[in-house]
Design a binder for this molecule. Sequence first.
Ligand SMILES: [Zn+2]
Length: 175
Amino acid sequence: MRDPSDESHGNQHQKVWEILPWYINGTLDSHEHELVARHILRCQSCADEVARCQSIATAVRSAKEGVWTPSPEHLARLMERVDRASTSAAPEHWRIRVREWIEKIRLHFQETPSLFRWALAAQTAAIVLLTAAIVWQASVAPYLLYRTLSDAASGPEPGRVHLQVVFADDITERE
Ligand SMILES: [Zn+2]
């Protein structure tokens, strides 16, 4: 024999489970908020999930102050270096595109909640690198080489593409 209240509890659990993130960040309407608040009194797995998510949310909020964001001076210097590094090798339209990307990243940094900034930056960097790799491979495949600056014979050579990854001077290892 099945208790019919089991089934309705199961349905409610599923619904509550799906809206838990909005319960935690406080954006549910009052009806749904009430539903979740009542449900987690009876459901241990939902109560545990709420506690887990709340501790993550707290950790993220407290880490916010320590998040590194590039200063205008850094960006200006980075722009300069991009310009200088690309004058020899890259065609004009590549230089402009690189500037656009940096400008876009900068705007995202200003507008996006810090939680997402690094995911966004990493994603953007990955897209830039992949796009660059595909385009450059097609045009300069025989010359495309990876080298580190510590390689003995490295240095700008005409006809070769150089991809430089530059970190800010004051960035920590963790960042
Ligand atoms: Zn539940």
